[in-house]
Design a protein around this ligand. Structure first.
Ligand code: NCD
Length: 429
């Protein structure tokens, strides 16, 4: 399982912005030794890091980590640093700095043994989550619910407009205020951009944006970036300087809107945006990313755009957002398939998708012929939704410092690999 040693070393590498190779060099140990310290405790090759190395790493982090001079983070909790008008809410990735994001990732690392069903925690015992989903959802709704339950809380769900009082003309203000009397936190998904912020203004309990129309999907972007960092750690890469190719519906796809802004907190990235002209990324988002000093290229050729990419992020065409517009130009040339990946990418590329992928013929979404390719990270992404959403709840509800000391062993058994096609490195990094 993920040990305190792994959490400590991962956090140190993140803060120092170093690959495993450069970190091993910096602390004067062999890469192989570092790898054995980073293995799960129950692996036969796991080794304990000597106390003297731990002390040395701690000193280096104190002295050299770019954020360690930031006094704000020493005196202010993450909950306060990301607050919206003083309230603990998660509406947009714009609430985050690189440092606060990496603080959240450290908390997600702490959650891993619970997410992997090795430990249980009851820190949210008695708390109730309200899941208000006015749009289709499987993973976001269930993973937020499961994350809350795994921290000891309980969940009440409502789905769609038909069975809610909004079908009777109730306002967002009234719905939000009423729900606040029943539950301790709300996750809201709604088809209109800005609507979740409206829910948030009408209450003082934590509100999380589970997707507001074509606006944002902040928790998805966080789990995506967390996945990228974990995959890069294994591959010896850094987010700084990476080449990220985004493919598909970049106009209405809220996941890519949040993800590109979050990645822009890092340095010197190159983005290749590949979509038909009618589905291009909104200009205000591209401007924001370019102002951050990144290179953004737009292309309609998948073959050229994917060449040399470290990350290929494919998306589904958001058909539900095209009122009566025809979807023009989404032809098979936009499909990310095994043959294409083999032609233009190398072993160090990772292939991602927020899911669901449209697997119906003619949809031209991410091809299922990649299912056995270990570069396909889509299920590692969905798995990471649990520790990230647990971390978000823990921060917004102020229990993040209690979790590590309040874990017990599980009493039931789970398979060590959840899916039959999971790559052998899954869970071992
Ligand atoms: C996405 C969404 O709802 O924005 N799904 C998800 O939450 N992972 C992507 C999509 O529906 O295409």
């Amino acid at each position: 399982m993920m040990s305190a040693q792994q959490i400590f070393l991962r956090d140190a590498m993140r803060r120092l912005n170093m690959t495993r190779d450069s970190f091993a060099d910096r602390i004067g140990v062999r890469r192989r030794a570092l790898d054995t310290w980073l293995l799960p405790e129950d692996s036969s090759e796991f080794r304990s890091m000597p106390g003297i190395v731990e002390k040395f790493v701690d000193e280096i982090v104190q002295r050299e980590a770019p954020a360690s001079g930031d006094t704000q983070s020493v005196h202010t909790s993450l909950r306060e640093r990301i607050a919206v008008e003083g309230k603990p809410q998660l509406l947009s990735v714009d609430q985050f700095s690189r440092e606060s994001l990496e603080d959240l990732f450290r908390i997600a690392d702490i959650m891993q043994p619970i997410a992997r069903r090795q430990k249980v925690s009851r820190v949210l015992e008695g708390a109730v989550l309200g899941n208000l989903f006015f749009e289709a959802s499987t993973r976001t709704r269930v993973s937020f619910g499961a994350a809350f339950c795994r921290l000891g809380g309980s969940v009440c769900d409502t789905t769609g407009f038909t069975f809610s009082s909004m079908a009777k003309g109730e306002s967002i203000y009234d719905t939000s205020r009423v729900m606040s009397g029943y539950v301790d936190a709300l996750v809201v998904r709604h088809p209109e951009q800005g609507s979740v912020a409206e829910f948030a203004r009408a209450t003082n309990i934590p509100v999380i944006n589970g997707g507001d129309g074509p606006g944002e999907h902040p928790s998805q972007a966080m789990l995506d970036l967390y996945t990228i960092q974990r995959e890069f750690s294994r591959l010896g890469k850094l987010v700084d300087g990476a080449h990220v190719a985004m493919v598909g519906d970049l106009r209405y796809g809220r996941t890519v809107h949040s993800l590109i802004k979050l990645l822009a907190l890092y340095r010197g990235l190159k983005f290749t945006l590949i979509s038909p002209v009618s589905l291009e990324m909104p200009a205000y988002i591209i401007d924001q990313v370019e102002r951050g000093g990144h290179v953004v290229e737009q292309s309609q050729s998948l073959e050229e755009g994917l060449r040399g990419a470290d990350v290929v992020y494919a998306t589904r065409i958001q058909k539900e957002r095209f009122a009566n517009e025809a979807i023009e130009g989404y032809t098979p040339e936009f499909q990310v398939s095994q043959a294409l990946i083999n032609r233009v990418c190398d072993a160090g590329t990772i292939i991602m998708h927020p899911l669901p992928r449209d697997s119906r013929p003619g949809a031209n979404d991410l091809s299922t012929d990649l299912n056995h390719d270990p570069r396909l990270a889509i299920f590692r992404q969905t798995d990471n939704g649990i520790p990230i959403r647990m971390a978000i709840f823990a921060v917004l509800m102020g229990v993040e410092n209690q979790v590590q000391h309040a874990m017990r062993d599980v009493t039931w058994r789970t398979p060590s690999r959840i899916g039959p096609d999971d790559a052998s490195f899954d869970g071992l990094d």
